[in-house]
Each structure stands twice: as structure tokens, then as C-alpha cells.
Write a protein that binds this ligand. Structure first.
Ligand SMILES: Cc1cc2nc3c(=O)[nH]c(=O)nc-3n(C[C@H](O)[C@H](O)[C@H](O)COP(=O)(O)OP(=O)(O)OC[C@H]3O[C@@H](n4cnc5c(N)ncnc54)[C@H](O)[C@@H]3O)c2cc1C
Length: 493
């Protein structure tokens, strides 16, 4: 390690993902000097690989589509879906501010919002996607951050947070450049932590959910979401809350290219695929595949996995939400074919009998399952009778080769984390702020500690992470002597 270097700044932000960059923009707008430290080679975090969808209420896009939405309606949906452990105060704050302080704010920073999508639990469409998804969203926000004079150091990992007396005074970090590591001692008036979640650290997932140790669970967040921030906050006496609130996805298969065997890949847009358990039986309406429907159904199977069965035409539009399977925002079909051919967790066969043998499921049960499913099409039914799956986007199994993809639960998003107050100040076990320390984004369960509760309406991770980043950045700059703190503009129409 090369000698240590000293630096100083007003607002120091740990993590250059959604929350960190939003915090940086806000603090710069308040007039503070800002330095963001990012441990990976590129900034963007999970946010840059995300679907780029945010739950936003009362938007011009909704108006154009003839959708009438109000903060009250969204709040009701949110609380019904997330249950009693959703933080009502943060949820209300986010929902009311999402129009001006996320939608229009992002536009002012170069982002274009392009379309809406329906998501489970919402009574109207409000999942609002940025052009070029997470990639487009974050590329524009990072460019805006830099244009406003923000400093960003990549390949720089924070290893400790320093304190004098009760006050946080800066951090110790290691930065790598040209194969040389240098220790940095950085002093700051305030530190904002925005290190993301811990779902790319399966040990922490299983610590929070010990009952899942009995079967396979896949890691599935951004590559930097290893729980570093949770450990740092814990070492300072910060309070971690709702750590067991983890949002799992079901349509996920192990990433066979990952040497550790821990990471998973989520796939989408294989309409018509059905899920069959190791007993060779369907167990769920596969059109409800979300974290509050498909995931609990999968996790109730014994053993805790299933097989997503398709024929060849059903795979025509399959996508994999991982950067390796994309060029920018475009799907790389050749790489998807490579996965279908090479993954030991995916089998291909010319007959259903052969497929059953490869899956090692009960062959008679499996063939009966497919026959009964196909029969619903033969009868011209709109919905299959067993689990109520609408058949409009589906087809019978009739065009070999047939495929089966082994699916396991994948830990995607953390709905719990560091407890903060409404200014995003990190709280200790007495619920008093740790002086000079802020937390935002997924580290803080997206905002405040547990804004979603047990289930999210989707778009309720990225949106609140960006928003809480802004709140943290505004108040951090204020504490450093710049600006009036985050105010924003609620929409109470
Ligand atoms: C594939 C995928 C798709 C998603 N799609 C959506 C979606 O469409 N809508 C939605 O609402 N949510 C979505 N999410 C979730 C959403 O992207 C995250 O919740 C959000 O990005 C969290 O923002 P963040 O800034 O807290 O964390 P991140 O964006 O992950 O950023 C954290 C950053 O901190 C860095 N870091 C960590 N530790 C250190 C350290 N010690 N020192 C320095 N830097 C560090 C990390 O490398 C990372 O860059 C998706 C997630 C994934 C994985």
C-alpha cells in the first residue's frame, strides 16, 4: 500500500449509486463541496442496472393515458400491500413528493420519462420508466452531478468511519489506481452513507433469515450491494431495523458463469411458461409472479425450487436482467442463447418425456400436468381452471424443443436497514441522531428504515432511494453550512 493521503470536503458521500448521486446533486445545488466515493470501477450501483421504474403519482404520463391517480389512492394501495410494518410517515412523504421532487426534478437533470406499466397491488398504472431504463436514468444523473462540479472517486472503498467524541468527522478509504492502492484519510463536515443493500452477500441474507438455510437462495442485487454500510453503521452504534424484510423474486436461476455459485439471474418475458415443482405438479397462477405472490408460492415448495417449463416459441422475447446480457439498454440475444445452451440449470429436450427425466421429476405426474394445461387450450378456455391463470398471452406446449429452467428464490431488495429520522440522520438505539452521519437509499430500507413494509408496489425501491438521497443531501449540506435543508414541493391535489 502506498503512503496515505489527506483530503477534505464539506459533504462526503459513500456510494455512487441512485441515492448517493441524488444526494450529491442536492448538496451541490445547496452550494456545498461534494465528494462521492464509489468502490466499483464505474458509478451507478444497482440503480444503473435496474429497470429504471419509479412509482410516481399524478404524472403527465398518467394524465395522457387518462389515468386519474391521487396521493390518497396510492397511499391506500401502499399500506394495504406493505402491511403494518410499512412506515406510514415516509410513505406519505415520498408519495406526495414524487411528482415534483422526483419526476420533474429528474427531468431537470436530463432524464426523460417514457412509459407506464401495471404492477401487482396498484389500483392504477403508476410504475413510470425512464428512457433507457436504469442505464438512461443514472447516466443522466451522473452527468448532471459532474456538470455541477461534484467530485467522484471510483475504485475507492470506505473501510471505516472516523469520529471525534460523539461526532463523525470523516472516513478512511482505500483507493486503487494503476495497480497501486493508497490509503485516504478524508475529513468532512458530514458523511452521507448510500452503500445500497446487502442482497449480494448471502451470508447476511441468511443471518437475517436463518430459516432459509435449509435450501438454496441466490444473491441478486448490484455487485456492490454487500452490506458494507450496514456493518459500518452497526460498528458506530446505529440502529438496524426490519432486516428480515427481504424482497425475493421467483423467476431466477443460478448464474452458471459465477465462480462462487452464489449469484442468480432473473429472467422475464417468457409468457406462457408454467412452474412445476419436484413432484411434477403446478402450484400457482404463474401470471402472478411478483414478490408478494410468486415468491411465497415458490418458497412454500418442498424442496424449495421449481422448474419453469417452456417450448421454443415461448422463449422468443426472454430477457435476463443482468448487464452481461445487454449492450447498453439492448438485449444481447446471442448471450441469451449461450445461457440456454450452456447452463447446467437449463435442460432442453425434443420430447416432454425426456424433459421429465432430465428434471428428475415424477414423469407420469409431469405429463399429466402438461396434458391438463394443454387441454384448457383445446377447450378454448380463457382461463385455465386449476389456478386461474389467464391464457390470453399463453399457448399450449406443442413446439419442441422443450426447455426447463430450474428456479430458486433470489434475494433482490432490502426493505429493512438503517433507521433514520425524517432528515435521514442515522439514529442510535435510543433513537437519537449520531452527529454528522446520514443514510439514504437501500441501506436505509430505501428511506427511513422500512418505507415499504413487507411488500413493495414496485418502483418503490429506486424512487424512494433517489428521493431519500435528495433529503439526505439537502440536510447534510445544511448541517455543513449550506442551504436551508430539503424542502421540496408536495403534491396534495
Ligand atoms: C436488476 C435490478 C433491477 C431493479 N429494478 C428496479 C426498478 O425498476 N424499480 C425499482 O424501484 N427498483 C429496482 N431495483 C432496486 C433499485 O435499483 C435499488 O433499490 C436502488 O438502486 C438502491 O439505490 P442505492 O443508491 O441505495 O444503492 P445502489 O444503487 O446499489 O448504490 C450503492 C453504491 O454504493 C457502493 N458501495 C457499497 N459499499 C461501498 C463502500 N464500502 N465504499 C464505497 N462505495 C460502496 C456500491 O458499489 C454501489 O455503487 C432493481 C434492482 C436490481 C438489482
Amino acid at each position: 500500500m502506498a503512503h496515505s493521503t489527506n483530503m477534505r470536503t464539506d459533504v462526503l458521500i459513500i456510494g455512487g449509486g441512485g441515492a448517493g448521486i441524488a444526494a450529491g446533486i442536492e448538496a451541490l445545488d445547496a452550494g456545498a463541496q461534494v465528494l462521492v466515493l464509489e468502490k466499483l470501477a464505474e458509478p451507478g450501483g444497482a440503480a444503473i442496472t435496474s429497470g429504471g421504474g419509479c412509482l410516481i403519482v399524478g404524472t403527465p404520463l398518467q394524465e395522457k393515458a387518462g389515468i386519474k391517480d391521487t396521493p390518497d389512492l396510492a397511499f391506500d394501495d401502499w399500506m394495504k400491500w406493505g402491511g403494518p410494518s410499512a412506515d406510514e410517515v415516509w410513505a406519505r412523504l415520498y408519495i406526495e413528493h414524487s411528482l415534483h421532487d422526483l419526476y420533474h426534478w429528474a427531468e431537470q437533470n436530463g432524464v426523460t420519462w417514457v412509459d407506464l406499466k401495471g404492477q401487482e397491488g396498484n389500483s392504477v398504472m403508476r410504475w413510470t420508466r425512464a428512457a433507457d431504463s436504469g442505464h438512461g436514468l443514472m447516466t443522466n444523473l451522473i452527468a448532471s452531478f459532474k456538470a455541477k462540479g461534484g467530485q467522484l472517486l471510483t475504485e475507492t472503498s470506505v473501510s471505516s468511519i472516523n469520529r471525534e467524541g460523539d461526532r463523525v468527522t470523516g472516513v478512511t478509504a482505500v483507493t486503487r489506481s494503476g495497480g497501486v492502492s493508497t490509503q485516504l484519510e478524508i475529513s468532512a463536515q458530514v458523511v452521507v452513507m448510500a452503500t445500497g443493500g446487502f442482497n449480494s452477500n448471502i451470508d447476511m441474507v441468511l443471518e437475517a433469515r436463518p430459516e432459509l438455510r435449509s435450501g438454496r437462495v441466490l444473491e441478486g442485487s448490484g455487485f456492490g450491494a454487500n452490506g458494507d454500510g450496514h456493518k459500518l453503521v452497526r460498528s458506530l452504534g446505529g440502529y438496524l431495523t426490519h432486516m428480515d424484510h427481504i424482497w425475493f423474486y421467483a423467476y431466477c436461476t443460478p448464474d452458471y458463469r459465477d465462480q462462487t455459485g452464489r449469484r442468480g439471474l432473473a429472467f422475464r418475458l417468457a409468457p406462457g411458461n408454467i412452474w412445476v415443482n419436484q413432484q411434477g405438479r403446478r402450484f400457482h397462477n404463474e401470471s402472478l409472479s411478483g414478490g408478494n405472490s410468486g415468491s411465497p408460492a415458490l418458497m412454500a415448495q418442498e424442496p424449495r425450487h421449481a422448474w419453469a417449463v417452456t417450448d421454443r416459441p415461448m422463449l422468443a422475447n426472454i430477457t435476463i436482467s443482468d448487464p452481461y446480457y445487454h449492450v447498453g439498454d439492448k438485449v444481447d440475444r446471442a448471450k441469451i442463447e449461450e445461457l440456454l445452451e450452456n447452463s447446467p440449470f437449463i435442460h432442453k429436450a425434443n420430447t416432454l418425456e425426456e424433459l421429465a427425466e432430465m428434471m428428475e421429476v415424477d414423469k407420469a405426474a409431469f405429463l399429466d400436468t402438461i396434458a391438463r394445461y394443454n387441454d384448457a387450450f383445446a377447450k378454448g378456455l380463457k382461463t385455465e381452471p386449476e389456478f386461474g391463470k389467464p391464457l390470453g398471452a399463453s399457448k399450449p406446449f406443442d413446439t419442441p424443443p422443450y426447455y426447463t429452467i430450474q428456479i430458486f428464490p433470489l434475494a433482490r431488495k432490502n426493505f429493512g436497514g438503517v433507521k433514520t429520522d425524517m432528515r435521514c440522520r442515522v439514529l442510535d438505539k435510543h433513537f437519537e441522531p449520531i452527529q454528522g452521519l446520514y443514510a439514504a437509499g437501500e441501506l436505509a430500507g430505501m428511506a427511513g428504515g422500512h418505507i415499504n413494509g413487507k411488500a413493495g408496489l414496485e418502483g418503490t425501491m429506486l424512487g424512494p432511494s433517489l428521493f431519500s438521497g435528495r433529503v439526505a443531501g439537502g440536510w447534510a449540506a445544511h448541517e455543513a453550512g449550506h442551504g436551508a435543508g430539503f424542502v421540496g414541493k408536495p403534491n396534495r391535489g
